[in-house]
Design a protein around this ligand. Structure first.
Ligand SMILES: NC(=O)c1ccc[n+]([C@@H]2O[C@H](COP(=O)([O-])OP(=O)(O)OC[C@H]3O[C@@H](n4cnc5c(N)ncnc54)[C@H](O)[C@@H]3O)[C@@H](O)[C@H]2O)c1
Length: 285
Protein backbone atom coordinates (compact mmCIF):
# COMPACT_ATOMS: atom_id res chain seq x y z
CA UNK A 1 0.00 0.00 0.00
CA UNK A 2 2.85 2.37 0.93
CA UNK A 3 4.59 1.38 -2.30
CA UNK A 4 1.49 2.22 -4.34
CA UNK A 5 1.20 5.59 -2.57
CA UNK A 6 4.88 6.28 -3.25
CA UNK A 7 4.45 5.45 -6.95
CA UNK A 8 1.37 7.68 -7.13
CA UNK A 9 2.74 10.72 -5.26
CA UNK A 10 6.48 10.45 -5.89
CA UNK A 11 9.19 12.26 -3.93
CA UNK A 12 7.34 15.59 -3.78
CA UNK A 13 4.35 13.92 -2.09
CA UNK A 14 6.61 12.25 0.46
CA UNK A 15 8.31 15.56 1.22
CA UNK A 16 4.95 17.32 1.61
CA UNK A 17 3.74 14.65 4.07
CA UNK A 18 6.98 14.87 6.07
CA UNK A 19 6.71 18.64 6.31
CA UNK A 20 3.06 18.37 7.45
CA UNK A 21 4.16 15.95 10.16
CA UNK A 22 6.88 18.35 11.38
CA UNK A 23 4.34 21.22 11.41
CA UNK A 24 1.87 19.23 13.48
CA UNK A 25 4.59 18.19 15.99
CA UNK A 26 5.67 21.87 16.30
CA UNK A 27 2.06 22.88 16.83
CA UNK A 28 1.67 20.34 19.62
CA UNK A 29 4.92 21.52 21.27
CA UNK A 30 3.69 25.14 21.08
CA UNK A 31 0.46 24.14 22.82
CA UNK A 32 2.28 22.39 25.69
CA UNK A 33 2.45 24.36 28.94
CA UNK A 34 5.69 24.80 30.87
CA UNK A 35 4.04 23.07 33.86
CA UNK A 36 1.97 20.40 32.11
CA UNK A 37 1.25 17.49 34.46
CA UNK A 38 2.65 19.29 37.51
CA UNK A 39 0.89 20.15 40.77
CA UNK A 40 1.56 23.43 42.59
CA UNK A 41 0.58 24.58 46.05
CA UNK A 42 0.39 28.36 46.37
CA UNK A 43 -0.20 30.15 49.68
CA UNK A 44 -1.78 33.59 49.82
CA UNK A 45 -3.42 32.66 46.52
CA UNK A 46 -6.68 34.40 47.40
CA UNK A 47 -5.45 37.84 46.33
CA UNK A 48 -2.73 39.88 44.68
CA UNK A 49 0.46 38.19 43.53
CA UNK A 50 -0.64 34.76 44.80
CA UNK A 51 -3.93 34.94 42.91
CA UNK A 52 -2.24 35.96 39.64
CA UNK A 53 0.29 33.20 40.21
CA UNK A 54 -2.45 30.57 40.63
CA UNK A 55 -3.88 31.68 37.27
CA UNK A 56 -0.44 31.78 35.61
CA UNK A 57 0.52 28.30 36.91
CA UNK A 58 -2.82 26.88 35.72
CA UNK A 59 -2.44 28.51 32.28
CA UNK A 60 0.89 26.68 31.97
CA UNK A 61 -0.84 23.38 32.72
CA UNK A 62 -0.38 22.90 36.49
CA UNK A 63 -3.13 21.77 38.83
CA UNK A 64 -3.21 24.25 41.69
CA UNK A 65 -3.90 23.89 45.42
CA UNK A 66 -5.10 27.42 46.24
CA UNK A 67 -4.28 28.12 49.91
CA UNK A 68 -5.44 31.21 51.80
CA UNK A 69 -6.55 32.12 55.31
CA UNK A 70 -9.64 33.76 53.78
CA UNK A 71 -11.98 30.99 52.66
CA UNK A 72 -14.04 33.08 50.23
CA UNK A 73 -10.94 34.45 48.51
CA UNK A 74 -9.45 30.99 48.11
CA UNK A 75 -12.71 29.67 46.64
CA UNK A 76 -12.94 32.63 44.24
CA UNK A 77 -9.42 32.06 42.88
CA UNK A 78 -10.03 28.31 42.47
CA UNK A 79 -13.34 29.04 40.73
CA UNK A 80 -11.64 31.51 38.38
CA UNK A 81 -8.99 28.91 37.47
CA UNK A 82 -11.70 26.33 36.78
CA UNK A 83 -13.70 28.86 34.72
CA UNK A 84 -10.62 29.18 32.46
CA UNK A 85 -10.55 25.39 32.05
CA UNK A 86 -7.84 24.74 34.64
CA UNK A 87 -7.75 22.41 37.62
CA UNK A 88 -7.77 23.93 41.13
CA UNK A 89 -9.03 23.29 44.61
CA UNK A 90 -9.24 25.75 47.49
CA UNK A 91 -7.85 25.04 50.97
CA UNK A 92 -8.48 27.38 53.89
CA UNK A 93 -5.45 27.54 56.12
CA UNK A 94 -3.60 30.00 58.33
CA UNK A 95 0.07 29.40 57.52
CA UNK A 96 1.06 30.45 61.05
CA UNK A 97 -0.21 27.14 62.40
CA UNK A 98 1.57 23.89 61.47
CA UNK A 99 -1.49 21.66 62.08
CA UNK A 100 -3.58 23.71 59.64
CA UNK A 101 -0.76 23.65 57.09
CA UNK A 102 -0.37 19.87 57.44
CA UNK A 103 -4.12 19.46 56.87
CA UNK A 104 -3.96 21.56 53.68
CA UNK A 105 -0.91 19.66 52.39
CA UNK A 106 -2.54 16.29 53.12
CA UNK A 107 -5.71 17.52 51.39
CA UNK A 108 -3.74 18.65 48.32
CA UNK A 109 -1.88 15.33 48.17
CA UNK A 110 -5.08 13.31 48.36
CA UNK A 111 -6.74 15.54 45.73
CA UNK A 112 -3.87 15.67 43.24
CA UNK A 113 -1.58 12.77 44.26
CA UNK A 114 1.63 14.81 44.35
CA UNK A 115 3.07 18.28 44.87
CA UNK A 116 5.83 19.36 42.48
CA UNK A 117 6.06 23.03 43.35
CA UNK A 118 5.30 25.26 46.32
CA UNK A 119 5.05 29.03 46.19
CA UNK A 120 5.22 30.45 49.73
CA UNK A 121 3.56 33.75 48.86
CA UNK A 122 1.38 34.46 51.93
CA UNK A 123 2.61 37.51 53.75
CA UNK A 124 1.55 40.53 55.74
CA UNK A 125 3.09 43.67 57.16
CA UNK A 126 2.70 46.09 60.07
CA UNK A 127 4.52 49.38 60.44
CA UNK A 128 6.81 50.34 63.29
CA UNK A 129 10.42 50.63 64.40
CA UNK A 130 11.99 48.38 67.04
CA UNK A 131 10.78 50.90 69.64
CA UNK A 132 7.31 51.70 68.33
CA UNK A 133 5.98 48.39 66.99
CA UNK A 134 3.69 46.46 69.34
CA UNK A 135 4.77 42.98 70.38
CA UNK A 136 1.58 41.58 68.77
CA UNK A 137 2.42 43.21 65.44
CA UNK A 138 6.04 42.00 65.62
CA UNK A 139 4.85 38.43 66.23
CA UNK A 140 2.18 38.64 63.52
CA UNK A 141 4.65 39.74 60.82
CA UNK A 142 7.29 37.19 61.81
CA UNK A 143 4.72 34.41 62.15
CA UNK A 144 2.89 34.88 58.84
CA UNK A 145 5.97 35.54 56.72
CA UNK A 146 8.77 33.52 58.29
CA UNK A 147 7.05 30.82 60.34
CA UNK A 148 4.48 30.41 57.54
CA UNK A 149 7.26 29.76 55.01
CA UNK A 150 8.93 27.37 57.47
CA UNK A 151 5.64 25.53 58.23
CA UNK A 152 4.65 24.95 54.61
CA UNK A 153 8.17 23.89 53.62
CA UNK A 154 8.38 21.55 56.61
CA UNK A 155 5.05 19.95 55.72
CA UNK A 156 5.83 19.47 52.01
CA UNK A 157 9.54 18.55 52.07
CA UNK A 158 9.17 14.92 53.26
CA UNK A 159 6.95 14.26 50.22
CA UNK A 160 9.42 15.96 47.86
CA UNK A 161 12.37 14.14 49.43
CA UNK A 162 10.59 10.81 48.93
CA UNK A 163 10.06 11.64 45.25
CA UNK A 164 13.56 13.10 44.82
CA UNK A 165 12.32 16.27 43.15
CA UNK A 166 10.53 19.55 43.78
CA UNK A 167 10.75 23.30 43.49
CA UNK A 168 10.12 25.67 46.39
CA UNK A 169 9.72 29.37 45.75
CA UNK A 170 9.80 31.68 48.76
CA UNK A 171 8.55 35.25 48.79
CA UNK A 172 11.18 37.72 49.93
CA UNK A 173 11.20 41.41 49.14
CA UNK A 174 13.64 44.21 48.41
CA UNK A 175 12.77 44.99 52.04
CA UNK A 176 14.68 41.83 52.94
CA UNK A 177 17.80 43.22 51.25
CA UNK A 178 17.66 46.80 52.50
CA UNK A 179 16.18 48.59 55.50
CA UNK A 180 12.97 50.50 54.78
CA UNK A 181 11.93 53.14 57.34
CA UNK A 182 9.49 52.02 60.04
CA UNK A 183 9.32 48.43 58.79
CA UNK A 184 11.48 46.64 61.36
CA UNK A 185 9.47 43.41 61.56
CA UNK A 186 8.92 43.14 57.80
CA UNK A 187 12.58 43.92 57.01
CA UNK A 188 13.67 41.26 59.50
CA UNK A 189 11.17 38.63 58.33
CA UNK A 190 11.95 39.06 54.63
CA UNK A 191 15.73 39.07 55.23
CA UNK A 192 15.31 35.81 57.16
CA UNK A 193 13.32 34.33 54.28
CA UNK A 194 16.08 35.22 51.80
CA UNK A 195 18.65 33.33 53.86
CA UNK A 196 16.28 30.51 54.84
CA UNK A 197 15.91 29.95 51.08
CA UNK A 198 19.69 29.58 50.73
CA UNK A 199 19.76 27.22 53.68
CA UNK A 200 17.03 25.07 52.12
CA UNK A 201 18.84 25.15 48.77
CA UNK A 202 21.97 23.77 50.45
CA UNK A 203 20.16 21.17 52.59
CA UNK A 204 17.81 19.80 49.94
CA UNK A 205 19.59 20.48 46.62
CA UNK A 206 21.36 17.10 46.97
CA UNK A 207 17.89 15.48 47.19
CA UNK A 208 16.78 17.04 43.88
CA UNK A 209 14.82 19.91 45.41
CA UNK A 210 15.51 23.46 44.28
CA UNK A 211 14.68 26.41 46.56
CA UNK A 212 14.72 29.98 45.34
CA UNK A 213 13.44 33.32 46.51
CA UNK A 214 11.81 36.23 44.69
CA UNK A 215 12.46 39.76 45.96
CA UNK A 216 9.92 42.12 44.42
CA UNK A 217 10.02 45.89 44.60
CA UNK A 218 6.72 47.74 44.73
CA UNK A 219 3.98 45.65 43.14
CA UNK A 220 0.53 47.10 42.54
CA UNK A 221 -1.54 44.36 44.14
CA UNK A 222 -5.01 45.61 45.15
CA UNK A 223 -3.85 45.71 48.80
CA UNK A 224 -0.93 47.99 47.95
CA UNK A 225 -2.91 50.18 45.55
CA UNK A 226 -5.53 50.81 48.25
CA UNK A 227 -2.80 52.26 50.49
CA UNK A 228 -1.37 54.54 47.77
CA UNK A 229 -2.39 58.14 47.25
CA UNK A 230 -1.84 59.46 43.69
CA UNK A 231 1.17 61.44 44.95
CA UNK A 232 2.73 58.38 46.60
CA UNK A 233 2.29 56.32 43.47
CA UNK A 234 3.82 59.07 41.30
CA UNK A 235 6.79 59.29 43.70
CA UNK A 236 7.32 55.50 43.54
CA UNK A 237 7.18 55.57 39.74
CA UNK A 238 9.66 58.44 39.59
CA UNK A 239 12.06 56.57 41.90
CA UNK A 240 11.94 53.44 39.71
CA UNK A 241 14.22 53.40 36.65
CA UNK A 242 11.53 51.61 34.60
CA UNK A 243 9.15 54.45 35.65
CA UNK A 244 6.32 52.16 36.71
CA UNK A 245 5.42 50.06 39.69
CA UNK A 246 5.25 46.31 39.13
CA UNK A 247 2.19 44.23 38.30
CA UNK A 248 1.32 41.00 40.11
CA UNK A 249 1.78 39.24 36.74
CA UNK A 250 5.44 40.47 36.64
CA UNK A 251 6.07 38.29 39.70
CA UNK A 252 3.76 35.42 38.73
CA UNK A 253 5.79 34.82 35.56
CA UNK A 254 9.01 34.54 37.62
CA UNK A 255 7.34 32.03 39.94
CA UNK A 256 6.26 29.96 36.89
CA UNK A 257 9.84 30.08 35.59
CA UNK A 258 11.27 28.97 38.96
CA UNK A 259 8.78 26.09 39.14
CA UNK A 260 9.53 24.95 35.58
CA UNK A 261 12.36 22.99 33.98
CA UNK A 262 13.53 26.28 32.39
CA UNK A 263 15.21 27.03 35.74
CA UNK A 264 16.57 23.50 36.25
CA UNK A 265 20.04 24.77 37.33
CA UNK A 266 18.87 27.66 39.52
CA UNK A 267 19.02 26.85 43.24
CA UNK A 268 19.52 29.23 46.17
CA UNK A 269 18.99 32.38 44.10
CA UNK A 270 17.33 35.57 45.30
CA UNK A 271 15.84 37.09 42.16
CA UNK A 272 15.21 40.82 42.43
CA UNK A 273 12.27 42.10 40.36
CA UNK A 274 11.94 45.79 41.13
CA UNK A 275 12.16 47.74 37.88
CA UNK A 276 15.70 48.78 38.83
CA UNK A 277 14.84 50.33 42.22
CA UNK A 278 17.75 48.57 43.95
CA UNK A 279 20.18 49.51 41.19
CA UNK A 280 19.97 53.14 42.28
CA UNK A 281 21.75 54.63 45.30
CA UNK A 282 18.90 57.09 45.82
CA UNK A 283 21.34 60.02 45.57
CA UNK A 284 19.63 62.68 43.45
CA UNK A 285 21.31 63.65 40.14
N1 LIG B 1 2.86 43.97 46.80
C1 LIG B 1 4.13 44.31 46.99
O1 LIG B 1 4.55 45.47 46.72
C2 LIG B 1 5.11 43.32 47.53
C3 LIG B 1 6.49 43.60 47.44
C4 LIG B 1 7.39 42.69 47.94
C5 LIG B 1 6.95 41.50 48.50
N2 LIG B 1 5.61 41.26 48.58
C6 LIG B 1 5.17 40.01 49.19
O2 LIG B 1 4.39 39.31 48.26
C7 LIG B 1 3.41 38.55 48.95
C8 LIG B 1 2.02 38.88 48.42
O3 LIG B 1 1.81 40.27 48.48
P1 LIG B 1 0.47 40.93 47.91
O4 LIG B 1 0.75 42.39 47.78
O5 LIG B 1 -0.03 40.17 46.75
O6 LIG B 1 -0.47 40.75 49.19
P2 LIG B 1 -2.07 40.65 49.32
O7 LIG B 1 -2.37 41.23 50.65
O8 LIG B 1 -2.74 41.21 48.11
O9 LIG B 1 -2.32 39.06 49.34
C9 LIG B 1 -1.83 38.28 50.38
C10 LIG B 1 -2.74 37.07 50.54
O10 LIG B 1 -2.20 36.29 51.61
C11 LIG B 1 -3.26 35.90 52.45
N3 LIG B 1 -2.76 35.68 53.80
C12 LIG B 1 -2.42 36.62 54.71
N4 LIG B 1 -2.09 36.06 55.86
C13 LIG B 1 -2.22 34.71 55.69
C14 LIG B 1 -2.03 33.60 56.54
N5 LIG B 1 -1.66 33.76 57.82
N6 LIG B 1 -2.25 32.36 56.03
C15 LIG B 1 -2.64 32.20 54.75
N7 LIG B 1 -2.85 33.22 53.91
C16 LIG B 1 -2.65 34.47 54.37
C17 LIG B 1 -4.26 37.04 52.40
O11 LIG B 1 -5.56 36.63 52.79
C18 LIG B 1 -4.18 37.46 50.94
O12 LIG B 1 -5.13 36.77 50.14
C19 LIG B 1 3.61 38.86 50.43
O13 LIG B 1 4.46 37.89 51.01
C20 LIG B 1 4.31 40.20 50.40
O14 LIG B 1 5.06 40.44 51.56
C21 LIG B 1 4.68 42.13 48.10
Amino acid sequence: MLRRRWEREGISGALRRASNLVASINQRIALMGKLDGKVALITGAGAGIGRDSALAFAREGAAVAVVDVREVRAEQTAERVRAEGGNARAFTCDVRFLEQVERAVTGALSEFGRIDAVFNDAGTTRQGSVVSISLEDWDMVLDVNLRGTFNVSRAVLPHMIERGSGAIINMGSVDGLTGDPNMAAYNAAKAAIVNLSRSMAVDFGPRGIRTNCICPGVIGSPAILRMFTDERRAAMEAATPLRRIGRPSDIASIAVFLASEDSAYINGAAIVADGGLMAHTGIPA
